[in-house]
Design a protein around this ligand. Structure first.
Ligand code: GLN
Length: 478
């Protein structure tokens, strides 16, 4: 079996004819077939991936190669890929085919990436375990009785189990960083607006970002560099030209300043081993000349409630388009009238969790409750944005856990949605405030599962995020 350290090492091997794109695609297809029980993929594009690989292999040896020449990726089932089905893990999008490429996907394809398949996820990205998919749960490759996290669980497992080189996911409240943590891979959520959302099927528009799962920081930097930048199709995309993310490395050995929120570390729900690993890392950073300060951040308790009020409000509006009339699933039942048709279609097409969120979102937006819930949650969001800006006035990065626990057994939280929501405490913060976050796979728990820590930097500062991520991965990985 051919193995490689980074995408650029693989590309060097392609140049030196140590390996071919076609051999690589075949190797992955074999491994995917051998691990089909993980249920990481909803659909594979075998013939198309092989044809694309052969076309790339046929390029003349001296011909300049594109930046993602032969890079084999998977895509979460919420991102549009022209002429391929996309269903958001939901019955309601049965039979729907993407009419265009998401800007991020177009940019990856333009650089000669090869898409091997479409990955499983929680329905519409709603969940933290990938158990809430019409296609059944995905399993963690490190222990198949445990969840891979979610909602981009299939994407995380596709990298964890060595089924592709990198995966493209979406993160509305942690859906890249938390499954990356549960599976022991790198998961990067860029700043809000860094990557165009055009073609990412909307769940909560003001929160979500497309990001990546990779094995290494250089790979994450490369993919981010290709996908990011302004886009005429997304008015919320950052307008400035992004820096060259692959140039994140620096030779200066400047001491960095890290902030840790006391309430995040002292959270009684935090697994003691995870807590200890973060405290030990803080000590080691200090011993190496950096500054790590434990600071007060009094709004911690409001983070999860504000997130779930706002995202359900946005979801109730975004998901109103699935009515069974124009596309996707429609009820075969005999119906009385149009209202009955909508009710039947939506009751049959959406899972319980999606219905719960649509109803909750409709409630918090309704006359009489809007001020009490939606408007107040928006105020909390504003305060969080202001407070985090103050924090970054004195620090380069925030150091946090990714999740209070390691990957939990399948079925453990499915009957308790509140427990599932509360576990999002450390990840939703970055989405509420629009800052970038990265999950770094640094540790292993005594229960055998991987876990890591999360770094966040100020908005639009992915360069520092990658630089510090690289530092931790190189020097603090156990
Ligand atoms: N677990 C969170 C939720 O259910 C995050 C999901 C996501 O980022 N798509 O909303």
């Amino acid at each position: 079996m051919y193995t490689f350290s980074t995408i650029s090492a693989y590309q060097q091997d392609l140049c030196n004819q140590v390996v071919t794109c076609e051999a690589m695609v075949r190797q992955y297809l074999q491994k995917i077939a051998a691990t089909a029980g993980l249920n990481a993929f909803i659909e594979l594009y075998e013939a198309e991936a092989l044809a694309r690989a052969r076309a790339l292999d046929a390029q003349a040896p001296g011909e300049p190669k594109k930046r993602l020449h032969g890079v084999i990726i998977s895509i979460k089932d919420t991102i549009c890929h022209k002429d391929h089905p996309v269903t958001c893990g939901s019955k309601i999008l049965t039979g729907f085919t993407s009419l265009y490429n998401a800007t991020a996907i177009q940019r990856l394809l333009d650089e000669d990436a090869i898409v091997i398949g479409r990955c499983n996820c929680d329905e519409f990205g709603m969940g933290s375990s990938t158990e809430n998919s019409f296609y059944g749960p995905t399993r963690n490759a490190a222990d198949t009785n445990r969840v891979p996290g979610g909602s981009s669980g299939g994407s995380a497992v596709s990298v964890q189990a060595g089924l592709c080189m990198a995966a493209i996911g979406g993160d509305t409240g942690g859906s890249i960083r938390q499954p990356a943590d549960f599976c022991g891979v790198v998961g990067l959520k860029p700043s809000y607006g860094r990557v165009s959302r055009y073609g990412l099927i909307a769940y909560a528009c003001s929160f979500e970002q497309i990001g990546v799962f990779t094995n290494t920081i250089p790979d994450a930097a490369l993919l981010l560099e290709v996908m990011s930048g302004p886009d005429d199709y997304d008015s919320t995309a950052l307008q400035e030209t992004p820096p060259a993310f692959t140039g994140y490395a620096t030779t200066t050995t400047k001491p960095y300043r890290f902030a840790c929120f006391k309430d995040a570390i002292r959270n009684p729900a935090l697994d003691p081993e995870i807590q200890q690993a973060i405290l030990d890392t803080a000590d080691r950073l200090r011993a190496d000349g950096h500054v790590v300060e434990m600071i007060d951040f009094p709004l911690m308790a409001y983070i999860v409630p504000a997130y779930y009020v706002l995202i359900t409000a946005e979801a109730s509006s975004n998901l109103s388009r699935y009515d069974g009339v124009r596309f996707g699933y429609r009820t075969p039942a005999a119906v009385k009238d149009l209202t009955d048709f909508y009710k039947q279609t939506r009751s049959e097409g959406f899972s319980k969790e999606v219905q719960r969120r649509i109803m909750l979102g409709t409630f918090v937006l309704s006359a009489g409750y809007y001020e009490a819930y939606y408007a107040r949650a928006q105020q909390v969001r504003r305060m969080l944005v202001d407070q985090v800006a103050t924090v970054f006035g004195g620090f380069d990065a925030i150091l946090m856990p990714v999740s209070p626990t390691t990957a939990f057994p399948l079925g453990e939280k499915t009957s308790d949605p509140i427990a599932m929501y509360l576990a999002d405490i450390y990840t939703v913060f970055a989405n509420l405030t629009g800052i970038p976050g990265i999950a770094l796979p640094l540790f292993r728990h005594s229960n055998g599962m991987p876990f890591g820590l999360q770094l966040m930097t100020k908005a639009a500062d992915e360069l520092t995020l990658l630089r510090l991520g690289d530092l931790l991965m190189q020097q603090y990985r156990q």
